[in-house]
Design a protein around this ligand. Sequence first.
Ligand code: 5RP
Length: 239
Amino acid sequence: MGEYSAAQKEAMKKEAGIAACDFVKSGMKVGLGTGSTVKYTILELGRRIREEHLDIEGIPTSDATELISIEQRIPLLNWEECTGLDIVIDGADEFDPNLNLIKGGGGALLREKIVAESSGGMVVVADASKQVDILGTFPLPIEVNPYGWEQTRRRIQQQCEGDVIVREKVQGDPFFTDNGNLILDAHFGPNIDAPLDLESALKEIAGVVEVGLFNEMADIVVLADPDGCQMIRKDQARI
Ligand code: 5RP
């Protein structure tokens, strides 16, 4: 929990999650991210649909988000009928001064990246504990195909000085993503100073399905700290 109490962190998540809804207007197709911060965004969008007649359609980035969205009565699209989204709002595990991200703490990185790539703008919702100078304190999630994952791990390990650990649901029981893949958490440490190069190198490994580095994708971070909310906007942000 870093320097913040659990209650402070929850309050920051809620503030950022709700503030990000200002970017959503009627008529938009919205990517709905995954995690405990963007959950507040989804709850607020649901409230606005019910109480203020906000007219949007969403695409969820995980089964968990799909469930919450249905509960909130947010109309959902599928990819057959949707060729692109206006905006995605999603959380992050870390963001650096260039707004490059580590994502995948919740294991939804593949769908999150497909949705982010398909969106006209990306808003990240974060509490102050997610802001870093250099990425990598948070272990980098890498989604891998279960076939030969041990060998995939060895190849990832050649690029990572720290441990590369298969994520478990409970001890001895691996975590499977919504896509039936495994997650390897790579403990790089705070030294990912060339995230684009690292992403390319890891994606050259055959068993790697997706890497939790979201480089040059985020336009704005809605950052909550105990004193309030601020918007960190990238140069030439699309939104
Ligand atoms: C899920 C993610 C989440 O967005 C990320 O882990 C942040 O989650 P939270 O808001 O719960 O801290 O990438 O795959």
